[in-house]
Write a protein that binds this ligand. Structure first.
Ligand SMILES: [Zn+2]
Length: 264
């Protein structure tokens, strides 16, 4: 079952196909709807996942966020989606984002049950367990896109900027320090009170995590290099609800990134 999913994903990872199919809808209607409901479940299926490309996956996230910002999310029947996904999952993306309660991934990207894998940790930092989760999501379960999404006014970034020390949080914030150090000194305050600085560090942290994903996972690097999956960074704006994707380099290969390593 898993092997067939993977092979189905590999066979369609052609960028040109993705560009030609940009107008097609990513979620395919499931055949099932709960009795008595008026809204059918629309969930990812084996065939819809197989038809997905990194570009289409990114487009789905862009369009979902646009629906969220506009206040026009899809009408969903969650009980029907639960039933329709009970026998298997075929998510099209894996998203690493912050623990912050104001950035609930499925809501801000207007996704339903079984649509995306979601890894959340303060400061959207990377560690071996999250890397392993991403390898499962992409190499075993067939997800086509890795998205690392930080956000504005992030408390974890502020903590790293201010050298906060508190129990196990100290080690987590240490993972963000390379991003802090990567921002050139422009004479402005390098504290959490400088919101512009905090957001620059948050963006640098996203790019650093993207770089680390490539460097530390030969499995994901190989899939990226073969075009089977994409890797993209984004910043969520707490004031507007908008996600701004950082670049069009889906593999992250052309990013100008800090040289420092994130700790395990
Ligand atoms: Zn945060």
């Amino acid at each position: 079952m898993k092997l067939s999913i993977k092979h189905a994903g590999l066979s369609v990872g052609i960028l040109a196909v993705g560009l030609l199919l940009t107008s097609c809808r990513c979620s395919q209607p499931a055949a099932t709807a709960s009795a008595g409901s008026t809204v059918a479940a629309e969930v990812q299926t084996k065939s819809s996942q197989a038809a997905m490309t990194p570009e289409l996956a990114l487009q789905e996230l862009r369009e979902g966020n646009a629906r969220f910002v506009a206040g026009t999310p899809r009408t969903r029947n969650f009980p029907a989606e639960v039933k329709a996904t009970a026998s298997g999952q075929y998510p099209f993306a894996v998203i690493l984002s912050c623990l912050d309660s104001r950035q609930p991934v499925e809501i801000v990207f207007d996704q339903g049950i079984g649509d995306v894998f979601s890894a959340r940790v303060a400061g959207n930092v990377l560690n071996k367990d999250i890397l392993g989760s991403m390898e499962f999501a992409c190499n075993v379960s067939g997800a086509k896109l890795i998205a690392v999404v930080g956000h504005s006014n992030c408390g974890a970034i502020k903590g790293a900027v201010d050298d906060v020390e508190l129990g196990n949080l100290t080690g987590l914030l240490a993972k963000i320090k390379p991003a802090v150090d990567s921002i050139p000194d422009d004479g402005q305050p390098r504290t959490s009170k400088n919101h512009e600085f905090v957001d620059k560090v948050a963006e640098a942290n996203v790019e650093l995590v993207m770089k680390e994903i490539r460097e530390r996972s030969p499995i994901l690097r190989g899939m990226l290099d073969r075009g089977e999956i994409g890797l993209v960074g984004g910043m969520y704006d707490l004031d507007t609800g908008e996600v701004r994707f950082l670049n069009q380099a889906m593999t992250g290969a052309h990013l100008d990134l800090p040289q420092n390593k994130i700790q395990n």
